[in-house]
Design a protein around this ligand. Sequence first.
Ligand code: CA
Length: 492
Amino acid sequence: MKDQKNRTMMQYFEWYLTNDGLWWKRCAAKAPNLSALGITDVWLPPAYKGASQNDVGYGVYDTYDLGEFDQKGTVRTKYGTMKEYLRAIEAFHANDIKVYADIVLNHRTGADECEDVLAYTVAGDNRNEVTGGDRQIRAWSRFTFPGRGGRYSKFQWDHTCFTGTDWDENTREQGKLYCFSGKKWSQLTDTENGNFDYLMGCDVDMDNPEVVEEIYKWLSWYIEKTQIDGLRLDAVKHIKFTFYRDLLKRVRKETGLALPAVGEYWSDDLGRLCYYLDTVENVMSVFDVTLHYKFHNASITGRGFDMRTIFDGCLVSRLPEYAVTFVDNHDTQYGQSLQSFIEDWFKPISYALILLRKAGTPCIFYSDYYGNPGRDRPMVPNLGKLIKIRAKYAYGEQVDYFDHPNLIGWVRRGEKKRSGSGLAVVLSNGEGGGKRMEMGTAFAGQQFYDAMGECTDPITIEEDGWGTFYCNGGSVSVWMPQKAFEDMTVND
Ligand code: CA
């Protein structure tokens, strides 16, 4: 049987990185450190040309331009050139880290030319409601990619490739939403605002078979060119649900690659996440947004939050094998569209809850690990230790002690083949205290130490395998056998 090492992903970017074109080089330089830390997968930002050089990557202009052509006034992207991107991926591979590419297919921005197009208007909060009949608008919807000159693909995009847009160059009115005449929004999308097909820019028409074929060709090219291992799929709630189901099945079949994928379906409604996974026939995992909002709620509620319920109604409880758990990301951080960051005091607790348990695949946010001085955000204390502990020691049977509204804990009883594995976690969102938990008689007589450094005295596991493990108020302690604890300390 294959060795089932715990996997840990890191989102290796944040919104406010400096536009200096050095990011891919930094990624390559950091690959050995990340590997030593216990990171097995990285999610890199979108690598293709946006509407401007400093675009974070979600304002896609040309998916075939990975920083290779002089377009939008620049060859490189915010993160560097194509060659540097490819080198970064090689560096990760050389360090046994898999690379997830950020795939943004819902929309295009920064068109090269305007077109006169017939369109009708719909209400912003109910896109099924037509508010104005067909009239001619001047839409930025023609993409000819002159700087690329047909390299890799001769496909050019025009209004027939899109369903609608939010801008008429003739009237320049804000807040309008136009659907091109003869078209309608894809029906199988999220139902927020009546129909949430439209997000921004020119909305790519997944009901157009030529568009779908071009995207398939592009993805095959992209995988071949970059050798990426997996996909992070942007804004899937805004894309016809059957699109990724069919695309992933086809690409996996044609390439023979496993091509793991994780979708961003931004909803705190567990029913919607499950419905999506069911509709796409589980061709991907999704980020556990339900758990993120649980963390957010717990962090702002404080001791009034019942910690026994922290996983209730979350994807990681319902479908753990399809849940990528996370604490924060580039959208939830300060000043961003989905701002809902977890309060500082609760972050170590949140990370312990996703890193040291069996269920879910955790994804670490770059700014939580490194801190974000430009935004006055601190690094999450002990996060590096938690990642290391997950990689080496968080194994074996899990027993929960979710028996108090503020003070909960669990043990991992270790695996024989993993020296030093096994641990006890206890955390509180109120007063500190002790919790009796059973490690098992294999640990009888051993001294356990708190790797978080919150509690300085060791505790001894009793003859019957039980011990009393402590934590301070509003914090988490991770108790480990002495030898593992000393290894951690030496390696720091
Ligand atoms: Ca869409």
